[in-house]
Ligand binder design. Structure first.
Ligand code: HEC
Ligand code: HEC
Ligand code: HEC
Ligand code: HEC
Ligand code: HEC
Ligand code: HEC
Ligand code: HEC
Ligand code: HEC
Ligand code: HEC
Length: 375
């Protein structure tokens, strides 16, 4: 999304530049005009209390999920009343106003069917609207707070569902709880076929996506609302959207290659999203036999992670160093090898861990990791 946005911004900047450079004397500067086909939370006038538009719970919460899985939730668009006070002009513009298509599949005075709401994601992800959609928000899940609380109250049945254990217990036990929210996506398991989709015949040593590369994250409220419910009154309560949904922090560059993504074929939306967020290693595979039994904390520091701040979630090269960086080049470290190749050939691409970063200059973090291994 950010990439697309950047491209858009680039074109806007370019058009503006062309307009101002060549035609500015006659034509006034080009300005982006709102088309009213997408709802941005970022417009200043939209920055009101979430509840002015999102009424919790939605009237359809009992029917969007099977009865035995239903819980009070926000599962429908805001109603007209939350818009018309400011957007009379857009609501009554012509016979087919654009603004209707934010929520309704087609613009018609009769209203008619609506796109599925973004929640539950399972239904939304199958819709046409999902192909272009991206979230305005990032979820804030303070892993550290949950570990502390649960270690003090681990006997309480409240915590049955996401059971972090006492920190003095072995780490592996604590990490059993990670599974409640993070599972291996499309695992290879006992199957012989390691590739997610069929690779082209001429793939050779080239990269192709393997099963079990990504870990999932919660897609919606099912897990959170088992503890944060109106019944428990545990803050943030379900209607306090802003308690969990925050403005996303500064984006980092991502190690992906859109061409490879496209060639791989249509991925399920959560997997494509996870891939597009890879800001350390676009190819790292959790289910690889050498990685799968490692403690999560080898590479992830959940105590310091802020899930709405990408910079705090980056996996450091130092967590790969114990196995992929060696004291000497001859000892076979992948990073040593690639850095050596690069020193001999400025065009050498580092493909072991990367899809797109590998053609950039070697970052200091990598040189330091080699130095540290040499000591
Ligand atoms: C002025 C009305 C309005 C306000 C205020 C508002 N929203 Fe929304 N929100 C909407 C509409 C309309 C949609 C559906 C947009 C769409 O489907 O394209 C939406 C969709 C969402 C979504 C799903 C789409 C996404 O971007 O992830 C989330 C999450 C969300 N809102 C959270 C919030 C939070 C958190 C707040 C308060 C901090 C808030 N909203 C305040 C109108 C509003
Ligand atoms: C408090 C007034 C207010 C409310 C309520 C409000 N808006 Fe807006 N909206 C604005 C203003 C001001 C702008 C920016 C000027 C403009 O583009 O009209 C805007 C812009 C927009 C845009 C154009 C964004 C862009 O730049 O492309 C859309 C689409 C939109 N609003 C949809 C909605 C919908 C849908 C709702 C109800 C869920 C809503 N607004 C509620 C005031 C409001
Ligand atoms: C922010 C989302 C949103 C936008 C924008 C929106 N609608 Fe709706 N519309 C709804 C929701 C939600 C309902 C169902 C309300 C209910 O059942 O109480 C609805 C219901 C209706 C209905 C009643 C019949 C039906 O289909 O349920 C009509 C008619 C309608 N909308 C027309 C329009 C038109 C025309 C526009 C554009 C000018 C528009 N709507 C824009 C959310 C929206
Ligand atoms: C109750 C649910 C829950 C539990 C239990 C949980 N997490 Fe998370 N985790 C989340 C949520 C929510 C996010 C934010 C994901 C997002 O932005 O969509 C997250 C994000 C992460 C991320 C960052 C992913 C990224 O996008 O880079 C890592 C790494 C992570 N968790 C590891 C762990 C580990 C290790 C454990 C066990 C100690 C754990 N989590 C336990 C809910 C949970
Ligand atoms: C050997 C290192 C390593 C170990 C061990 C590891 N991860 Fe990861 N994890 C990574 C890397 C590298 C990424 C990609 C980060 C990026 O590029 O943004 C990642 C990404 C993630 C993500 C984001 C989704 C994705 O796949 O990109 C989650 C969630 C996650 N890990 C959870 C876990 C959990 C839970 C465990 C323990 C069961 C774990 N990880 C063990 C290295 C590791
Ligand atoms: C096992 C029960 C449990 C589950 C499941 C759970 N939480 Fe919590 N959460 C708590 C408790 C207890 C606290 C209070 C922690 C404190 O005050 O230090 C809390 C606090 C929080 C806070 C507020 C921290 C602060 O700064 O005050 C946020 C935000 C939060 N949880 C988000 C989430 C999200 C998002 C999910 C789902 C991914 C989730 N929680 C799932 C028990 C849970
Ligand atoms: C206790 C924490 C919590 C509260 C409170 C909460 N959410 Fe969420 N919400 C989440 C988590 C976690 C996800 C899934 C992960 C993600 O969106 O990255 C999610 C997902 C969603 C989605 C699915 C689309 C998307 O962006 O992923 C929508 C829509 C949504 N929330 C809207 C709301 C609205 C509106 C409110 C307030 C009425 C609200 N949420 C309150 C934690 C919360
Ligand atoms: C063993 C895996 C591994 C190898 C081999 C590797 N990298 Fe990285 N690279 C990482 C990880 C993990 C990160 C993210 C965090 C960091 O920089 O420590 C990263 C980050 C980067 C970044 C982004 C840094 C930034 O600050 O934005 C660039 C550029 C990069 N690597 C280039 C290279 C080049 C060039 C080579 C070959 C000489 C290489 N990498 C070899 C794992 C690797
Ligand atoms: C405990 C040791 C260990 C750690 C830590 C470790 N790896 Fe590995 N990794 C291995 C071994 C062993 C192999 C198999 C031999 C090889 O390909 O180098 C491997 C293979 C790989 C491969 C090739 C996978 C394939 O499918 O062919 C990549 C990419 C990789 N690791 C990336 C990373 C990154 C990135 C990190 C740090 C975030 C990391 N590894 C941390 C031991 C480790």
């Amino acid at each position: 999304m950010y990439k697309r946005l950047n491209v858009q911004l680039f074109w806007i900047a370019l058009t503006t530049l062309v307009v101002t450079t060549f035609v500015a004397p006659v034509v006034p500067q080009a300005r982006r005009r709102a088309t009213y086909t997408e709802f941005p939370h970022s417009v200043k006038a939209h920055g009101q209390e979430c509840s002015t538009c999102h009424k919790f719970p939605s009237s359809n919460w009992k029917t969007v999920r099977p009865a035995d899985q239903a819980f009070p939730d926000i599962t429908e668009y805001p109603e007209h009343a939350s818009c018309v006070s400011c957007h009379k002009q857009q609501f009554f513009k012509g016979t087919r106003p654009n603004i209707c298509t934010i929520c309704h599949i087609a613009s018609s005075p009769k209203g008619g069917p609506r796109h599925p709401f973004q929640n539950p994601r399972e239904a939304f992800d199958k819709s046409k609207k999902a192909e272009k959609a991206s979230s305005d928000w990032a979820v804030s899940f303070p892993h550290d707070k949950h570990i502390d609380i649960v270690s003090q109250n681990s006997s309480s049945s409240l915590f049955r569902n996401a059971h972090f254990t006492f920190s003095r217990e072995p780490r592996r036990m604590a990490e059993e709880s990670c599974k409640v929210c993070h599972q291996t996506m499309s695992p290879q398991g006992n199957s012989d076929d390691e590739f997610l989709t069929k690779p082209p015949a001429n793939i050779g040593d080239g990269f192709w996506l393997k099963k079990g590369t990504f870990k999932s994250s919660p897609l919606g409220h099912t897990t959170c609302f088992t503890c944060h419910s109106a019944d428990t009154g545990l803050a943030p309560e379900p209607q306090n959207c802003a308690g969990c949904h925050k403005a996303p922090g500064a984006k980092l560059p991502v190690d992906i290659d859109e061409k490879i993504l496209t060639r791989t074929g249509k991925l399920e939306r959560p997997m494509a999203e996870a891939w597009r967020l890879r800001e350390s290693s676009g190819v790292f595979r959790h289910e690889h036999f050498a990685h799968v039994d490692l403690s999560c904390s080898t590479c992830h520091s959940v105590e310091t992670m802020k899930t709405n701040e990408p910079a705090t979630m980056r996996v450091s090269i130092s967590s790969c160093a114990s196995c992929h960086v060696t004291a000497k080049l001859d000892d076979g470290g992948a990073l040593n090898y690639e850095a050596d190749m690069r020193s001999k050939n400025a065009k050498f691409e580092c493909v072991k861990c990367h899809l797109s970063f590998g053609s950039k200059p070697i970052p200091t973090s990598h040189l330091e990791a080699i130095k540290a291994a040499g000591k």
